[in-house]
Design a binder for this molecule. Structure first.
Ligand SMILES: Cc1ncc(COP(=O)(O)O)c(C=O)c1O
Length: 223
């Protein structure tokens, strides 16, 4: 039975009207136990599948012990344990961690960190990037106008460079890399000087903008 979708804010678009009641591995099931393969993996975030038993058990065990430990007030052991686990696998010099609730919040945090640490105001992003729906993240997003229509003007200090999208340009990866590096250089000479550029933000695999991996050589030169 289709429920009243009119009660949901229209800013949510719906690719399907399927209403899952449970999930298991790659499958979702509706209330009639009809089985669907979730080819979207929850837009690429259910990396361990739906309801992996270990994930379910960890959530159940934690929920029985402590559901809310606000980190400005108390410091739950789980928070420091996660930081320690990340510290073991992240490359130097990354050695401090901040936890957020969503991709947009993580991007906003990264931009704040870059501006604060460098004292510089501007950010360079790439055409077709998607970084989230909050104001700052929207300003960094050029995947589709639908994310920006009705909300402009967005925060300033964002400059857009071409993404190395070989298929779009009709060139090989070498020619695309050379062109995009030159355009980036041009932006640094004509729009935002290195002295006022805090960060360059790129999706190594462009998501919303077309599911396009950047050439390895481009990423090496960018770094
Ligand atoms: C590359 C990228 N950055 C940021 C976001 C925003 O994440 P969230 O929807 O959790 O705010 C997304 C979401 O799809 C994303 O694909």
């Amino acid at each position: 039975m289709m429920e009243n979708l009119d009660l949901l804010a229209p800013v949510w678009t719906h690719v399907t009207t399927m209403q899952p009641v449970r999930g298991e591995g790659v499958y979702l099931y509706d209330e009639n136990d009809e089985r669907y393969i979730d080819f979207t993996s929850g837009i690429g975030v259910t990396n361990t599948g739906h309801c992996h038993p270990k994930v379910v058990r960890a959530i159940q065990e934690q929920a029985e012990k402590l559901l809310f430990g606000q980190v400005n007030i108390v410091i739950p052991h789980t928070t420091t344990a996660l930081a320690e686990a990340l510290n073991r696998i992240t490359p130097s010099p990354i050695d401090t961690f901040f936890f957020s609730n969503s991709g947009a919040e993580a991007v906003e945090g990264a931009i704040k960190l870059a501006r604060h640490a460098t004292g510089k105001p501007n950010i360079i992003v790439f055409q077709g990037g998607f970084h989230g729906r909050t104001s700052g993240a929207m300003a960094l997003t050029t995947a589709k106008t639908v994310y920006r229509v009705g909300y402009q003007p967005l925060p300033a200090g964002v400059f857009v460079a071409p993404y190395p999208y070989s298929y779009y340009y009709g060139w090989d990866e070498e020619a695309t890399t050379e062109f995009c590096m030159k355009q980036l250089d041009l932006i640094l000479h004509t729009q935002t000087a290195p002295d006022e550029t805090a960060a360059v933000l790129i999706e190594p695999v462009l998501g919303e903008g077309g599911y396009v991996p950047a050439p390895i050589e481009f990423l090496k030169q960018l770094r």
